[in-house]
Ligand binder design. Structure first.
Ligand code: A2P
Length: 218
């Protein structure tokens, strides 16, 4: 009934511990500063401004979206398709409130979003909703978990939902064999440009972030 439905959260996901939130925010900040200074980035600045001469400060361009987390299932308080089924899964019930380590494998940005790619373990994939990739990209055949990410910031007027879509676009390009234009080796790892303002920094040493699997009601 309506009471039960009202009990479903806005979304389920892994919520980073405060220490790791700070760590990741700082890492992203350093990355943006670094990127901003690169000639190769300046060359493609118009992807972000629309006109080459305009000034862009990346750190201000991306607005913080609050508590850092990796969404598993967006339920919209039960209005999203499959929410009830997801919430009733044994794995979801069993692991609710448990801690795990999220493996961050890359940082990426587009003119819309800034995010961290998350590589889920087999165990974590048990909490990944079936069809999350198909729902966003019906014609592609991407492995489960391809969409897993942490939104670090969005351009003005862009919803965080966009971050996962941007990541899927990048993963699709990679699946099609594109490696991007290898731009430079940064301290954190190799940086590649995929066109249309899409940049990927593959983390040389993937960092682990402690996170709690639970839900957010808003
Ligand atoms: P993300 O997981 O990319 O950060 P909002 O504040 O817009 O209601 O979103 C709450 C959270 O749920 C955000 O983390 C957001 O994006 C995610 N989200 C919003 N809409 C969807 C959707 N349709 N599918 C998957 N995740 C969503």
């Amino acid at each position: 009934g309506p009471l039960e439905e009202a009990c479903l959260p806005l979304f389920f996901g892994w919520f980073l511990c405060p220490t790791f939130q700070d760590k990741l925010r700082n890492m992203a900040k350093d990355f943006l500063k670094n990127l901003q200074g690169l000639e190769d980035f300046k060359k493609h600045l118009s992807d972000f401004t629309g006109e080459a001469e305009k000034e862009v400060v990346l750190e201000q361009y991306f607005q913080d979206k609050g508590m850092l987390h990796c969404t598993t299932k967006f339920c919209d308080y039960g209005k999203a398709e499959g929410s009830k089924e997801y919430a009733e899964q044994q794995a979801v019930k069993d692991r609710y409130g448990s801690m795990s380590e999220l493996k961050l494998s890359a940082l990426f940005l587009t003119p819309r979003t800034l995010g961290a790619r998350v590589s889920l373990t087999e165990e974590q994939l048990q909490l990944w909703p079936a069809g999350a990739e198909k729902e966003a990209m019906p014609d592609a055949d991407l492995p489960a978990g391809s969409r897993a990410h942490i939104t670090l910031g969005c351009a003005e007027g862009v919803e965080p939902l966009q971050t996962g879509l941007d990541l899927l676009e990048l993963v699709l390009l990679q699946q099609q064999g594109q490696e991007g234009e290898q731009v430079q080796d940064l301290d954190l790892g190799p940086l590649a440009y995929y066109g249309k303002g899409m940049w990927v920094l593959n983390l040389r040493e993937s960092s682990l972030a402690r996170a709690c699997f639970c839900s957010y009601y808003g």
